[in-house]
Design a protein around this ligand. Structure first.
Ligand code: NAD
Length: 502
C-alpha cells in the first residue's frame, strides 16, 4: 500500500486558561461511608491531575484495608432493608438519582472533563448515558422475567425466586469514570444489592461528586465509596469474606488479580476487561461509510475505549481506497484541551503513565517497520496529547495490531480470503467487540457467527443501548453490563418446591 504521509500535527488548540471547575465544584475528599464523607485529616493523600495542563486539581484519600472494612460493615448493615424494598420503591429511588444527575449534568461533565481530559462533548455524552442507565434499570427492576411456576415433578409446585446477591465490591477504571460506575451501581441497586465501590485512583472526582449528590436519596450504607489504589483497596474488596461478588471493569491483569484473590472466598466474579476490536472491511463494503464511522468509533474518548474499532482488516483490493478515506476523516479531527471549545473531539490521554505507554507502542511499531500515514507521535506539551494516528504496512502479528494500545491509534492490515480475515480477527486473546463491513446480507449474518466477540456490529461500530448487553469472551472477561442480563448477573435464583400431594 502506498499512501501519502500527512504532515505531523504540531500543536493542539488551547483554552483561554479559565479552569473547567472551581473549588466549590469539587467533592469532599474523604471516603463516602454510610452517607457521610470521612474526615481527611491525617490520612495519606493522592494528587488528582488535570491531564490537559498537568496541574493538580485536588487531592483524595489513599484508602486502606481498614477503610474497606468500615465501608463493608456499613453496607452489610443496610443490606436487608434495601433488599426488602419492593421493585417499585427501588425504581422510584433510581429515577430520583437520574433526576439528580440530570440537574447537575453540566457540573459533572466539566468535572469529568477536567479530571480525564476528555472533550466536553464526550463528557456530556457520558453523563447522558449515566442518566439513561439509571432510568433503564429503574424500569427493568420492575419487569424481571423468570421461568413460570408450575408442577415439573408430579405433585410438587416449583417457584423460582430471584434474590439479590447481597453486598458487592466494585472496582472501576479511568476511561469513563462515572459512566462505568453507573453501569455497576444502577443494576446492582436495582437488583436489591448494596455495594462498596473503588474508583480509579486517577479519576475519582465524579464518583465522589455523585455520592455527594445522591447522599440524601439512598438509605445510609447502601452505596459506599473508598478511594485509593487497586493493590490495597481493590485487593481487600476482592478478598473480603463478607462480600458476595467482586465486579471489576479494567485491564486483563487487574481482572486476573481480582479473580485469583476472590477464589479464596469463592465469591462471584464479574469482569469487563480490555479489548482489541477488529473491523473487517470486505471488498463490497461502503468504504466511505466505514471510514466515516471509524472516525468516531476508533477515536472517541481519544481511543481510550475498550470497544474502539482500532484494528482494521481490509480486503487488499480496496485497502488503498479505504485508507485514503480514513486518513481524510481522521485528519479532520479537532485536537485540543477540553475547555478549548465545544467542537474539540480529541483531548489528552488521561495520565502521564498511560501517555508514556501509548508513545512506547508507537515507537516500537516504527521500529517494526510500521508506517504512520497520519500522526504517529505525541504533540508538544503541556498535557498528554497524542496525534490521531493511522498506521499502515502492519505485518501479521505486529505488536500494535495484537495489544490494546488504548489511544487514538488505528492500524490497517490487509487480507485476501474471508477465512483468513476471520482467523486473524479471532487470533487475539481479547473477545469484546468486532465489526463487519459488507453489503452482502448472507455474509453479514454468517461472518458474525464465526467471530469470537461479545458484540459484533454489521455496518456499524460502537453503537450501544441500555437495553442490550455489553461484555466479552475470552480475555475480555465474563459478566454482562447493561440490559436485563446485568440484572441476572447481580441476582441469584432460588428454587422453592412445595409438595402438594394429598
Ligand atoms: P486498570 O486495570 O489499571 O484499573 C482498573 C481498576 O482496577 C482501577 O480502579 C485500579 O485501581 C484497579 N486495580 C488495579 N489493580 C488491582 C488489583 N490488584 N486488585 C483490584 N483492583 C485493582 O485499568 P484502567 O487502566 O483503569 O482501565 C483501562 C482498562 O479497562 C482497559 O484495558 C480497558 O479496555 C478496560 N475497560 C473495559 C471496559 C469493558 O466494558 N469491557 C470498559 C472500560 C474499560
Amino acid at each position: 500500500m502506498t499512501q501519502t504521509v500527512q504532515p505531523p500535527l504540531t500543536h493542539v488548540r488551547r483554552g483561554n486558561g479559565a479552569p473547567l471547575v472551581s473549588a466549590t465544584d469539587l467533592p469532599p475528599r474523604g471516603h463516602f461511608i454510610a452517607n457521610e464523607f470521612t474526615a481527611d485529616a491525617g490520612g495519606e493523600l493522592l494528587d488528582i491531575v488535570n491531564p490537559a495542563d498537568e496541574s493538580v486539581i485536588t487531592q483524595v484519600l489513599v484508602g486502606t484495608a481498614d477503610d474497606v472494612d468500615r465501608a463493608v460493615e456499613a453496607a452489610i448493615a443496610a443490606k436487608s432493608g434495601w433488599a426488602q424494598l419492593v421493585p417499585k420503591e427501588r425504581a422510584a429511588i433510581l429515577h430520583q438519582i437520574a433526576d439528580r444527575v440530570d440537574e447537575h449534568a453540566e457540573l459533572l461533565a466539566r468535572l469529568e472533563a477536567a479530571n480525564t481530559g476528555k472533550p466536553l462533548t464526550v463528557a456530556r455524552d457520558d453523563i447522558a448515558q449515566t442518566i439513561d442507565t439509571f432510568r433503564f434499570m429503574a424500569g427493568a427492576a420492575r419487569s424481571i422475567t423468570s421461568q413460570a411456576a408450575g408442577d415439573y415433578a408430579e405433585g410438587h409446585l416449583s417457584v423460582i425466586v430471584r434474590e439479590p446477591l447481597g453486598a458487592i465490591g466494585v472496582v472501576t477504571p479511568w476511561n469513563y469514570p462515572l459512566l462505568m460506575a453507573a453501569w455497576k451501581i444502577a443494576p446492582i441497586l436495582a437488583a436489591g444489592n448494596v455495594l462498596v465501590l473503588k474508583p480509579s485512583e486517577q479519576t475519582p472526582l465524579t464518583t465522589l461528586k455523585f455520592a455527594e449528590l445522591v447522599a440524601d436519596l439512598l438509605p445510609a450504607g447502601v452505596f459506599n465509596v473508598v478511594t485509593g489504589f487497586g493493590p490495597v483497596v481493590g485487593n481487600r474488596l476482592s478478598a473480603h469474606p463478607q462480600l458476595d461478588m467482586i465486579a471489576l471493569t479494567g485491564s486483563v491483569n487487574s481482572g486476573k488479580a481480582v479473580a485469583r484473590n476472590a477464589s479464596e472466598t469463592l465469591k462471584r466474579v464479574h469482569l469487563e476487561l480490555g479489548g482489541k476490536a477488529p473491523v473487517i472491511v470486505f471488498d463490497d463494503a461502503d468504504l466511505a461509510a466505514a471510514a466515516s464511522a471509524l472516525r468516531t468509533a476508533g477515536y472517541w474518548n481519544s481511543g481510550q475505549e475498550c470497544g474502539a474499532g482500532c484494528r482494521v482488516l481490509v480486503h487488499e483490493s480496496v485497502a488503498a481506497e479505504f485508507t485514503e478515506h480514513l486518513v481524510a476523516e481522521v485528519g479532520s479531527l479537532i485536537v485540543g484541551e477540553p475547555g478549548a471549545g465545544d467542537d474539540v473531539e480529541i483531548g489528552p490521554l488521561t495520565s502521564k503513565a498511560h501517555f508514556d505507554r501509548v508513545c512506547g507502542f508507537l515507537d516500537r511499531a516504527r521500529a517494526e517497520g510500521v508506517r504512520a500515514v497520519l500522526g504517529g507521535s505525541a504533540v508538544a506539551g503541556p498535557g498528554y496529547f497524542v496525534a490521531p494516528t493511522v498506521l499502515t504496512d502492519v505485518p501479521v502479528g505486529a505488536e500494535c495490531a495484537r495489544e490494546e494500545i488504548f489511544g487514538p491509534v488505528v492500524t490497517i492490515e490487509t487480507f485476501t480470503e474471508e477465512t483468513e480475515a476471520i482467523e486473524r480477527a479471532n487470533s487475539v486473546p481479547y473477545g469484546l467487540a468486532a465489526s463487519v463491513w459488507t453489503e452482502n446480507a448472507r455474509r453479514g449474518h454468517d461472518v458474525p457467527a464465526r467471530l469470537d466477540f461479545g458484540t459484533v456490529w454489521v455496518n456499524a461500530h460502537l453503537v450501544l443501548a441500555s437495553e442490550v448487553p455489553w461484555g466479552g469472551f475470552k480475555g475480555s472477561g465474563y459478566g454482562r453490563d447493561l440490559s436485563i442480563y446485568a440484572l441476572d448477573d447481580y441476582s441469584r435464583t432460588k428454587h422453592v418446591m412445595h409438595n402438594h400431594t394429598r
